[in-house]
Design a protein around this ligand. Sequence first.
Ligand code: DAH
Length: 336
Amino acid sequence: MIDRLEALLKEAKGTIKLANDPKSVEEIRVKYLGKSGLITEILKGLGQVSAEMRPQIGKVSNEVKNRISELLEERKEAVESKGGDLPEGWDPTLPGRVLPVGKMHPLTTVQKEICEIFASFGFNVVEGPDIETDYYNFLGLNFPMDHPARDAHDTFYLRKDLLLRTHTTPTQVHVMESQQPPFKVVAPGRVYRNESVDATHHHIFHQVDGFLVDKDIHFGHLKGILDNWVKKFFGSKIKTRFRPSFFPFTEPSAEVDISCIFCEGKGCRICKQSGWVEIMGCGMIDPAVFEKCHLDPEKWSGFAFGMGVERVAMFKYDIDDVRLFYQNDLRFLRQF
Ligand code: DAH
């Protein structure tokens, strides 16, 4: 009988642990300690037990009853406090707080979109260094020491010969002098100029350059690739026009204008009534640049282009002040 009582205690311990609400605790109490519960059931056999054994069984049965009562009491408190101890005003049925999740800066997104379209044309993305020597930023791109084309590229010097690049075009020199054509490369990145900051100028901004070098490349290839890119980026109705221009590293050179995306070329505030906006520079790579990179200009030909990420983004989203990109004002950034 003592064995049966002890086994019952063991079993009760396991059952009590599993009770999750006051109702099940009460059910367990009735099952073990109730008037017709399991303990009473065992004690019914007391009549057949010898007189000497009875006090001992009585003692054990009291101990088992008390222990089960204690455990039930503890469990009852535990399951009751689970729901009862909530802080005031706390509603556990409300949905959880959503943590703010960051997203890409609009300039990063636009730079990525620009490159992804060129990547779909088979271009590889290459990043050059922000710190350049005079050679990569200027001389290697055919800007002679005292040439006026350098005027628009005043920059920040770390030492006499180390400067912050003024454009991403130097990446072209790095690639062309270290690898063999054919090349199809886009080079995105940050550039620097000694500019006074205003609504359209900043001393740090971003560009995407690109170049393609192979055999028998001509201006038609340049127009085809850039016209296609414009249609993918701005929309299939947008037209391009190429205006003669000058860059030391391309010959001939051109500016690419696109028909205004806001008025479809009719003339509006954004295109200053002209119907066109300038979007990038381009041209056929100058033979002098090939020679500096030890590539034979008789064998290889190619084209290059370069655009400002801010300018493209400002045009695409009708943003009239470049400074908005750098102020970290969430009211502005959340719109993208
Ligand atoms: N690097 C020029 C600038 O920052 C832009 C440019 C024009 C890049 C023509 C090119 C190009 O690759 O072919 O003003």
